[in-house]
Design a protein around this ligand. Structure first.
Ligand code: GTP
Length: 322
């Protein structure tokens, strides 16, 4: 099953940079060397088993945008599953950006009326004024520009975990059996006496599903300062007052970011990342291969449960998740 994902926005807003971080495991520092994208760069990423993401990174220079909206209109906007439109948080040309965005939204609603629309207010790290109020203002402006179209807005930066939260949420909408996966993870968590079980995609380390014990699916809830999502279909996951372990609401995306950084460090010393075990004072975490496209993380707070038992449970559950 192939799902087309359009990545659009003004030139220099950061589209290719985020693609390079999420899908090619490159560090943020390497993005400064990226040149402008010429026309459209298409990539196929095998995501989960049969699911292939067909990513269209559309160069944002005016001449290209004008051509997408005229001669290439039907090629670009047909059969789209998700459109991600990136806005530079500090742009001085917001009016022009909004004009192009509205035109693209018109093309999309005409050719792919069922496509989901995600808007990223990107480079949030550069924003000086209180980030949350600036983000709220932008979100309102974007909602107004979108009319009746349902949108989901995230504040993102390549320099922190916010990018992983947004992209986990985006790919989550493309996974047809996410609810079934969550149910299986929940059963698996109970069998392991785990506080939480999280399933990651192997290459991107984006969160695919979590055990529902952990108060729902990815990504973590909006935070006041860095970023926020509006009207996301994913329920927020934060530590509830009854949560005895006070789980960090940003734990999913931070894990994605940390593991990606660790994998990059491994590749620099020509080592391959296989699995990870953490035996801490009050919890144990095991990250191991689940299927050929996924990794699973099992977090246990019961000190009587041995790491070897968790690993054996993962091994035995593999067939169920294949
Ligand atoms: P076109 O290919 O011309 O459409 O541009 P693009 O949207 O693909 O932009 P690109 O990814 O090439 O990024 C432009 C510049 O923005 C690069 O120098 C990146 O390092 C920088 N950049 C990308 N994301 C961020 C971010 O989150 N924060 C900051 N501060 N800079 C970023």
């Amino acid at each position: 099953m192939k799902r087309k994902v359009l990545l659009m926005g003004a030139s220099g807003s950061g589209k290719t940079s985020m693609r390079s971080l999420i899908f090619s495991n490159n560090p943020a520092s390497s993005t400064a060397r990226l040149g402008a994208t010429i026309d459209v760069e298409q990539n196929h990423v095998r995501f989960l088993g049969d699911l292939i993401l067909n990513l269209w990174d559309c160069g944002g220079q005016d001449a290209f945008m004008d051509s997408y909206l005229s001669t290439q209109r039907s090629t670009i906007f047909q059969h789209v599953g998700v459109m991600i439109y990136v806005f530079d948080a500090e742009t001085r040309e917001m009016n022009k950006d909004l004009e192009y965005y509205r035109d693209c939204l018109d093309g999309l609603t005409q050719c792919s009326p069922d496509a989901a629309v995600f808007l990223l207010v990107h480079k949030m790290d550069l924003v000086r004024e209180p980030k949350s109020s600036m983000f709220d203002k932008k979100r309102e402006e974007l909602q107004k520009a979108s009319g009746d179209v349902h949108i989901t807005v995230f504040g993102t930066s390549i320099y922190d975990e916010s990018l992983y939260r947004a992209w986990s949420s985006i790919v989550h909408t493309l996974i047809p059996n996410a609810a079934v996966l969550s149910r299986h993870l929940n059963i698996f968590a109970e069998a392991c006496s785990a506080t939480e079980v999280i399933l990651f995609e192997r290459t991107t380390f984006l969160v695919i599903a979590t055990s529902s014990n952990s108060s729902a699916s990815p990504p973590a809830s909006s935070s006041a300062s860095a970023s926020s999502s509006s009207s996301s279909s994913l329920s927020p996951s934060s530590s509830s007052p009854s949560d005895p372990h006070q789980l960090d609401p940003k734990r999913y995306e931070r894990t994605s970011e940390l593991i990606k950084a660790f994998k990059w460090s491994c590749s620099r010393v020509r080592e391959e990342f296989h699995c990870l075990e953490m035996d801490m004072y009050d919890f144990t975490a095991v990250l191991d291969e689940m299927t050929k496209n996924t990794y699973v993380m099992v977090v246990v707070h019961d000190p009587t449960i041995e790491t070897a038992a968790i690993k054996m449970n993962i091994r035995m559950a593999r067939r169920k998740f294949e």
